[in-house]
Each structure stands twice: as C-alpha cells, then as structure tokens.
Design a protein around this ligand. Structure first.
Ligand SMILES: [Zn+2]
Ligand SMILES: [Zn+2]
Length: 271
C-alpha cells in the first residue's frame, strides 16, 4: 500500500459560532502538522422558507465572505499546501435543488454529508443528542440512506453519530449499522472515521462515535474509510493522538483507508 498522504477535508471556522481560531490559524496548523491538502467544510447554509435563522451554520449572506476568505488563503499558501473549499450539509429534501444551485453557482469543490437533522433543523431534533429511542434511530437510518444516495456528497461524515445519544449498541443499532454499511459499500460512499468524536470519547470517558462495533460491521461489509478531523479548533489539526489511534484501529479491522475525495464537476451538479 502506498503511504497515505496527510489530507483533511473536515474543517470548520468561527462562522458556525461553535468553533475557535482564525481561518489562517487552521492553515498554519495544517502546515505545521505536515498536511498536503486541507479542505474547509463549514456547516452549509439553507434557505428556510419561514425566515428561521440557524446559529450553528453559515447564513446565505455570510457564504460569500467565507468563500472569499478561504480562496484568499488558498492563493497565499499555494506553494505550501493545497486548499479546497467545501461545505458540510445535511440532506434536507425540500431544499436540495437550492443547495445544488448554490454549489454550482459558487463553484464549491465538495460537500460532506453530515446527517445532523431531518427533515430540517427547524423542525427536526439533532441526532447527536436526540437519538434516544428506536424511532429516532430509524429516522437517522432512513435519512442517512437518502443522503448517501445523492451523488452531491463527497463522503458520509461521522456515520455513527447516532451513538452519541443512543443508549447502547444493541440489536437495533447493529441492524441500522449493517444497513448503512451495506448501502455505503453498494453506492461507493466513503465513511468518515471522525476524530472530533474520538476526542469527545476520550474527554468524557465514553464510547459514542467512532464506535468500535460500528466499524467492525463496516469491516465485514467491505467499506472504505477516510479520516476527518472535524476541526472546530485549529489545534485539533495538530493533535496526532486520535489520528494514529484511528489508523491503528482501521488497520486492525482490515478496513482500507483513502486520503482522497472526488471534487464536484459541473456534470455532477446537473445529475
Ligand atoms: Zn460543528
Ligand atoms: Zn463537522
């Protein structure tokens, strides 16, 4: 196996109101940590019909400033690192054509699928703390499958997010994980091994996500993984602990790991 390049496509900025560090600090951290490619994936905006304002993501109005800032950094640091610009977005069925249009118009390189809410965050609970029963687990599963079927997304971020609130890895969690992993394999969707989750597990002495049992199923189903820092603090990019630990687990389970995603072309956006 050729050596893995150090890449990370899951990076936030202060614009989501729950991250710290200047955009440039993230780039400097990536350079210090030896990354060759860094992708920013701020929580993507949505066009709520009601005028609802989400405080954990870009607004449609702040999107241009985000793009300008990251593109300026890409230019400034082009000799040291490749910088890509993306979004981390949910699958909100009513709003997908709006998102597609935004991505095409603004020439965004890629979109990560973060299955945080469904059918949107105005009406649906956050799966990270709301997956406390089987009905919500089913809802997580169903929206995960819908999102995975959409070729807009570069990969499925923290596919085992439900384990942040689902009480234990029981038979239901097992069957949902099996179904998600089978779909990922069949559709060729990469599954992200999320390093922010690993940090959360460590800090809280718990096993939420990444959850070993989920990844054992991913191994059995022949899935491919990609590491994502999910940085909400530029220091997270420089922390090797969870990256090394994750690579060791994936190796132990025999899960192939890629360092590469596909970037969107105009043709993808008109599918
Ligand atoms: Zn976030
Ligand atoms: Zn994220």
């Amino acid at each position: 196996m050729t050596k893995l390049r150090k890449t990370n496509y899951h990076t936030h900025t202060m614009r989501c109101n729950h991250a710290v560090g200047l955009d440039e600090d993230y780039v400097k951290s990536a350079l210090r940590a030896g990354y060759t490619e860094l992708g920013f994936s701020e929580h993507g905006p949505w066009n709520y019909a009601s005028g609802y304002v989400s405080h954990m993501r870009l607004s449609p109005e702040s999107t241009d400033e985000y793009l300008q800032s990251i593109r300026a950094l890409a230019q400034k640091y082009k000799d040291g690192i490749t910088i890509k610009i993306g979004l981390e977005s949910e699958y909100f069925p009513e709003h997908m054509s709006w998102l597609r249009e935004l991505v095409a118009q603004k020439q965004i390189d890629y979109v990560l699928f973060g299955n945080h809410f469904y059918p949107d965050d105005e009406t649906g609970p956050y799966y990270g703390n709301g997956t406390t029963n089987v009905a919500m687990l089913r809802s997580y599963h169903d929206s995960a499958l819908k999102g995975m079927q959409d070729p807009l997304y570069a990969y499925f971020a923290h596919p085992d997010l439900f384990m942040r609130s689902y009480p234990k890895f029981d038979e239901n969690a097992r069957s949902v994980s099996r179904s998600i992993c089978q779909a990922a394999k069949q559709l060729g969707v990469l599954l992200e091994y999320n390093l922010a989750g690993a940090l959360y597990n460590h800090e809280n002495g718990v096993e939420c996500y990444p959850h070993r049992s989920f990844w054992e199923i991913a191994a059995e189903e022949g899935c491919t993984a990609i590491l994502g820092v999910d940085a909400h603090d530029n220091d997270h990019i420089e922390d090797e602990t969870y990256r090394e630990e994750g690579l060791a687990l994936l190796k132990e389970l025999g899960i192939p790991v890629t360092d590469t995603i596909s970037f969107l072309t105009d043709a993808d956006l008109h599918k």
